[in-house]
Design a protein around this ligand. Structure first.
Ligand code: F6R
Length: 606
């Protein structure tokens, strides 16, 4: 959500900024801008996508070896040229880019206006450069340190000033920020993919830390102003992983990468001898045996992965489990005990609500385990126990390969707990066997059926409303399928527990309405099929997804057949056709698949 990149070094900053911002555009794309230091501060910014900023920058020469840039996802103030970052004070001597929200900005602005400051935007961020100029201490970092106690909310800030032309300063408070270390050049960024081309050595700032970047080096300070000990980490992401590599969209590339993502995640933890080892889980056998209740807490697609976890932990292990939306959990005063395990799930590891829910759980002394895809993310660093999904970088706003690896990680975790608790281990052995097969089956499915799913989705051009239905785990996947269709194709979609349809929603089913009927759960197949038939009898156009295609011939207009696996693992396969349907429906409707309207990857504000 919004992206920051800054540079100090010997190279021209403008092309580096533009390049970095393009890599961050997936985080926010309603406006972008940059500021360069060259005989004063030169700000270039514009509403709209990065190509507009790029044209502006290329329209004349822009020099400067120090720069900050930003790509925005609007929170305060509509997308416009004025509201784009960087923001400056009245004299234009300070330029600031910001991720997060300054919650007390209205009070700050009132105060600053009464001392004569004039504001050019409707943003919360603009308070910051005005504070810097009115509270100037003769040194840029000291001034930043002096103003931060006045700021409430979350912020990652990168700041430059013509009063101190060869440096950038930055601070992190509840919004991620990292420093990239190159050869006599340094970067600051909210997301390391902006700088990976230039360096793989990074320092993740801790909450409350400040940094000063000059061509001579980087200094990091704790919130009390004392120098901080820092531990640079080396990032080994393959740069191919953040390019489209010939695919028209990241989303399609990421769907096609799912077999490998599964392979890496499963092989990362499951040994030949069926032992499961989670190197970053520190809970001992006694603590695992004692778990009396599990909470799965997450947002959006990750929450849908949690629904599968509930099924595994509750129906297979017999541990009472709740799945909670992080935005609700954090404020609902959850009753937690030391023998409760809270599992937070987050691809980015930065989602504000999930992070807050995790901190609240730790405060309430529950055991906490995070499932995340990003090493070095805030959730990964603060969680006492971590399982990394090994999906590789996910760039499309719509999550696909991260979700599928979350399902694999949860299945492995259920097997692990079962082993430690000595609980129904035989049943879980079948799951492990299924997990070993699933990457290959996903690959086979994609090879064999991706074109036919594309043909089915052609009809998506005319869809106005769609229904995803299923029972049990199929209902969990239906919820994910419906979210995916909504978010990228803007087709109104609803997910319904198939048995619930006749309690109201069936009234909406009329001639030609698409119903995606998921029928993969052997134990529920007859009931599910009869619910699907109820929609067909009312004129629905039924797309059936099942590992029992022969059972669906009377129930569906078209059938997408799936390979066979044990019921609890079927979501890993059955979600794939729903992703492809959404993707192709969005493409045929002319939607911007990787950057759907109003959305951004990694939601670091509430
Ligand atoms: C939808 C999607 C979102 C995320 C949600 C949580 O396709 O990607 O619903 O799943 O914003 O994000 P993470 O997993 O990063 O916490």
């Amino acid at each position: 959500m919004c992206g920051i990149v800054g540079y100090v070094g010997e190279r021209q900053a403008a092309p580096l900024m533009l390049d970095g911002l393009k890599k961050l555009e997936y985080r926010g794309y309603d406006s972008a801008g940059l500021a360069l230091q060259h005989q004063g501060i030169n700000v270039i910014k514009a509403q709209g996508r990065m190509d507009i900023l790029e044209k502006l920058v290329h329209s004349r020469e822009h020099v400067g070896n120090v720069g900050i840039g930003h790509t925005r996802w609007a929170t305060h103030g509509k997308p416009s040229d004025e509201n784009s970052h960087p923001h400056c004070d009245c004299s234009g001597q300070f330029a600031v880019v910001h991720n997060g929200i300054i919650e007390n900005y209205l009070e700050l602005i009132d105060e600053l206006k009464s001392s004569g400051q004039q504001f050019a935007s409707e943003t919360d961020t603009e308070a910051v450069p005005h504070l810097l100029s009115t509270m100037w201490q003769g040194d840029l970092l000291s001034t930043l340190m002096a103003i931060t106690p006045k700021l409430e909310g979350s912020y990652a800030l990168a700041v430059m000033s013509e009063k101190s032309p060869d440096e950038l300063v930055a601070v992190r408070h509840d919004s991620p920020l990292a420093i990239g270390i190159g050869d006599d050049e340094y970067f600051v960024t909210s997301d390391i993919r902006a700088i990976l081309e230039h360096t793989r050595d990074v320092i993740y700032l801790e909450d409350g830390q400040f940094a000063r970047l000059t061509p001579r080096g980087v200094q990091v300070f704790n919130s009390d102003g004392q120098p901080a000990e820092v531990f640079p980490v080396h990032i080994d992401w393959d740069s191919e992983a953040i390019e489209k590599s010939g695919y028209p969209h990241f989303m399609l590339k990421e769907i096609m990468e799912q077999p490998d993502a599964l392979r890496n995640t499963i092989a990362g933890y499951l040994a030949e001898d069926d032992e499961i080892r989670f190197p970053d889980v520190k809970l001992d056998a006694g603590e695992i045996k004692d778990i009396s209740k599990i909470f799965l807490v997450a947002c959006g697609t990750a929450y849908h992965a949690g629904l599968l976890g509930k099924h595994l932990f509750e129906t297979m292990l017999g541990i009472p489990t709740e799945t909670d939306l992080a935005s609700e959990f954090r404020y609902r005063n959850p009753v937690l005990q030391p023998d409760h395990l809270v599992i937070v799930i987050s691809q980015s590891g930065e989602t504000a609500d999930t992070l807050a829910a995790m901190r609240e759980s730790l405060r309430r002394q529950a055991k906490v385990l995070a499932i995340t895809n990003v090493v070095g993310s805030t959730i990964a660093r603060e969680a006492p126990n971590v399982i990394y999904t090994k999906a590789g970088p996910e760039t499309a706003v719509a999550s696909t390969k991260a979700y599928i690896t979350q399902l694999a990680a949860l299945s492995l975790l259920a097997c692990y707990v079962s082993r430690v608790q000595d609980n129904k281990w035989d049943k879980f052995k079948t799951l492990l066997q299924g997990l070993r097969e699933v990457p290959h089956l996903a690959e086979q499915f994609l090879d064999k059926h991706k074109d036919s799913v594309e043909k089915i989705a052609k009809d998506g051009q005319h869809w106005r409303d769609a229904f995803f239905i299923g029972r049990g785990l199929d209902w969990a996947v239906a919820q994910e399928g419906s979210l995916k269709l909504k978010e990228i194709s803007y087709v109104h979609a609803e997910a319904y527990a198939a048995g619930e349809l006749k309690h109201g929603t069936l009234a909406l089913v009329e001639e030609g309405v698409p119903v995606i009927g998921l029928a993969t759960q052997q134990s529920l197949i007859d009931k599910t099929i009869s619910n699907i038939k109820e929609t067909k009898a009312r004129g629905a156009y039924v797309i059936g997804i099942s590992q029992f295609p022969e059972r669906m011939t009377d129930a569906a207009d078209v059938i997408i057949p799936l390979p066979k696996l044990p019921d609890p693992l079927m979501p890993i396969l059955s979600v794939i056709p729903t992703q492809l349907l959404s993707y192709h429906a969005a493409v045929i409707r002319g939607c911007d698949v990787d950057k759907p309207r109003n959305l951004a990857k990694s939601v670091t504000v509430e």
